[in-house]
Design a protein around this ligand. Structure first.
Ligand SMILES: Nc1ncnc2c1ncn2[C@@H]1O[C@H](COP(=O)(O)OP(=O)(O)OP(=O)(O)O)[C@@H](O)[C@H]1O
Length: 247
């Protein structure tokens, strides 16, 4: 995916300004920066989730496989299937574990029970949750731990076979063990998916990402290989942020 000169406003307030950033295939791109700098806004603009916010408007473009996601002929539902999203707070439906993962497939018209079961199993395996839930698929998803619920939400996103996964602080509400599992999972997922992750946790960005983009006051200050951003940033503002001088 690639954003070119993307500006996004909420009413007259500019949240991100002329951001040009590539999210390369089969890599993890971390978006970092102080609170309110526009990370989530940028992430949400990659699958047009901001369209749902009254008063939001944009200039510039975002391309997926070379095609503008704002193209009139593009189906937004299909865009959101191709570019899935996982939120900070896990949000399973008050349904069974199986139905949570099957939901998007049923909405997409898949009815065959054997095919549904196979896709649910594949998605739960992909989210490293299968072994923990395979004997309780009919139980409520709300009975899972926070970390399991977040992996269930990842399984739900994987079920519709996206190409890109957007993750908005997916581990910030989890304990260190559950966080480590999510980070391990992100590492495994990148062989199949392109991932963009917003994180407040700089160690996490350093551990999971290949590239890091530093945002400040709505602007993209710099983006580069994660190691370079953390050890040898080009911009003073990046250096001050990654060394903890502000933020
Ligand atoms: N729905 C909205 N309506 C109006 N303004 C908004 C909305 N969402 C975000 N903003 C504003 O846009 C700016 C960027 O917010 P955004 O949530 O993208 O930042 P962020 O870097 O993700 O912050 P955080 O790390 O605190 O989540 C902020 O000034 C915020 O107040």
């Amino acid at each position: 995916m690639e954003a070119r000169e993307l500006t996004l406003r909420y009413g007259s307030k500019v949240a991100i300004k002329q951001v040009s950033l590539a999210i390369p295939e089969n890599k993890v791109t971390a978006l970092i920066g102080p609170s309110g700098c526009g990370k989530s806004t940028f992430l949400r603009s990659l699958n047009r989730m901001n369209d749902l916010i009254p008063g939001a408007s944009h200039d510039g473009s975002v391309f997926l496989d070379g095609r503008s996601i704002h193209d009139r002929s593009l189906d937004v539902v299909d865009l959101r299937r191709r570019v899935g999203m996982v939120f900070q707070k896990s949000n399973p439906f008050p349904k069974s574990i199986f139905e949570n993962v099957a939901y998007g497939l049923r909405v997409g018209g898949l009815k065959d029970k054997a095919k549904l079961s196979a896709r649910v199993e594949k998605s739960l395996r992909g989210a490293a949750l299968w072994d923990e839930v395979k004997d309780r698929l009919d139980e409520s998803a709300l009975g899972l731990s926070g970390g399991q619920q977040q992996r269930l939400c990842i399984a739900r996103a994987l079920a519709v076979e996206p190409e890109v996964l957007l993750m908005d602080e997916p581990a910030s509400a989890l304990d260190p063990i559950a966080t480590a599992k999510i980070e391990e999972l992100i590492h495994e997922l990148k062989s199949t998916y392109t991932i963009a992750i917003v994180t407040h946790n700089m160690q996490q960005a350093a551990r999971v990402s290949d590239r890091t983009a530093f945002f400040y006051m709505g602007e993209l200050v710099e983006c580069g290989p994660t190691e370079q951003i953390f050890t040898n940033p080009h911009e003073k503002r990046t250096e001050d942020y990654v060394t903890g001088k502000f933020g």
